[in-house]
Design a protein around this ligand. Structure first.
Ligand code: UD1
Length: 368
């Protein structure tokens, strides 16, 4: 069998740390695979995209689509139009999509219509909340993908319930944890004194880290204000550091929302800078999908400011607690953590830094 042309797709910040280990393993097996990387441009700011390529040593994209922002339909449509052209000119033998962003849906559907087989990495996760755009992206992507790589057993169960054949489903672990463990090792050996996070850590030895960017939390002024008040209350006991996602920054400015003096707002941080910050946090408060898993992988207490999670293993085995937007509950959980009674979890099986190898082993057998 000759080299198989594998097209890897990434577009938004949470995709980059997932493709990094897959492309590394594919490139190491250059006698069997010829990977090429497509960046759909869903995220385009340097700090949301380029920084991750540099830090995670991801090769420059072979093809870039400048989809930019806009409504979901506009963004998805622009990616589809350009990705279709790309499928026709480059004719990959296989397309790999990761995660649950608009890029994931756009490229999986387009590739299948071009007669190209598709793998979905991080398949089967379900929040059962159709108000979440990512839930729609997950369901559509899984419904067309040929091979489904799951991070946790719930993903396998969901896919089986939806009628996917057993042979199409692979429980491989989480590629994002491959990156996390790899970069944690690297972080230990580099000088971080110039990092923004190092400066922030010098200001307070004990701190919490906040990230919020879900439309359900940040697009409605009443809800965002309510969350800002909760954070201000917590910050009287525990200083908080809050790197603002562009969506959140825009809304905070637009609605004129204040957080009080002990909530430090920063720009989005690069991967290493942010890792250096959250790995030593007393607690992380977030609505991110990825950070729920990353905190579980490193054993950092995590409070998820959502009503549900598509990653239940972080709650059943990990350090994650779902707290919604209930101020009393959030404060109670923070107090527990500060009193040393925070949740102690364990790292789920297969979150061992070798998920990408398992995926590429499977592709070696599957892709003709
Ligand atoms: C997207 C993903 C979400 C993921 C998140 C991580 C979808 C449906 N959503 O949401 O699952 O958790 O990324 O960040 O795919 N903007 C910039 N610079 C950028 C990118 C965006 O300024 O580089 C601004 C734009 O004004 C845009 C807004 O941020 O309107 C939101 O960006 P968008 O890509 O629409 O969605 P995210 O909220 O980032």
């Amino acid at each position: 069998m000759g080299q198989r042309k594998i097209c890897l797709v990434a577009g938004a910040r949470p995709n980059f740390m997932k493709i990094a280990p897959i492309i590394r393993v594919l490139r190491a097996r250059f006698d069997r695979f010829q990977p090429f990387l497509v960046h759909t441009g869903q995220h385009y700011d340097r700090e949301m995209s380029q920084v991750f390529f540099e830090e995670l040593a991801i090769p420059a994209p072979d093809c870039s689509i400048e989809s930019g922002s806009g409504s979901h339909a506009e963004q998805t449509a622009r990616i589809m139009v350009e990705f279709e052209k790309l499928c026709r000119t480059r004719r990959p033998d296989h397309v790999v999509v990761v995660g649950d962003v608009n890029t994931t849906l756009a490229c999986s559907v387009t590739a299948k219509k071009e007669g190209i087989s598709v793998s979905h990495v991080e398949a089967g996760l379900r929040s059962f909340d159709m108000a979440m755009p990512e839930e729609i992206n997950r369901i559509v992507t899984d419904s067309v993908a040929d091979w489904l790589f799951c991070t946790e057993p719930s993903g396998v169960e969901n896919l089986r319930r939806e009628g996917k054949p057993r042979e199409a489903i692979f429980l491989v672990g989480q590629v994002m944890v491959d990156t996390l463990l790899f970069e944690c090792g690297r972080l230990a050996g580099i000088d971080v004194t110039a990092f923004e996070s190092a400066k922030l850590k010098r200001e307070s030895a004990r701190y919490g880290v906040v990230t919020l960017h879900r439309p359900s939390n940040v697009d409605d002024p009443t809800i965002l204000r309510q969350l800002a008040d909760i954070l201000a209350t917590i910050s009287r006991e525990l200083p908080l550091i809050f790197p603002l996602h562009p969506r959140t920054r825009k809304n905070v400015d637009h609605f004129g929302i204040g957080f009080g003096p002990s909530v430090r707002l920063t720009t989005p941080l690069g991967y290493m800078d942010f890792l250096n910050l959250w790995k030593d946090a007393a607690v992380v408060l977030t609505d991110s999908g990825g950070l729920q898993e990353e905190t579980t992988a490193l054993g950092v207490p995590c409070l998820t400011l959502r009503e549900n999670t598509e990653r239940p293993i972080t709650v059943t085995e990990g350090t994650n607690t779902i707290v919604g937007r209930d101020g009393a509950m959030i404060l109670g959980e923070v107090k527990k953590v500060l009193a040393g009674r925070g949740k102690v979890g364990k790292r789920p099986e297969l979150w061992d830094g070798r998920a990408a190898e398992r995926i590429v082993d499977a592709l070696d057998r599957l892709v003709a």
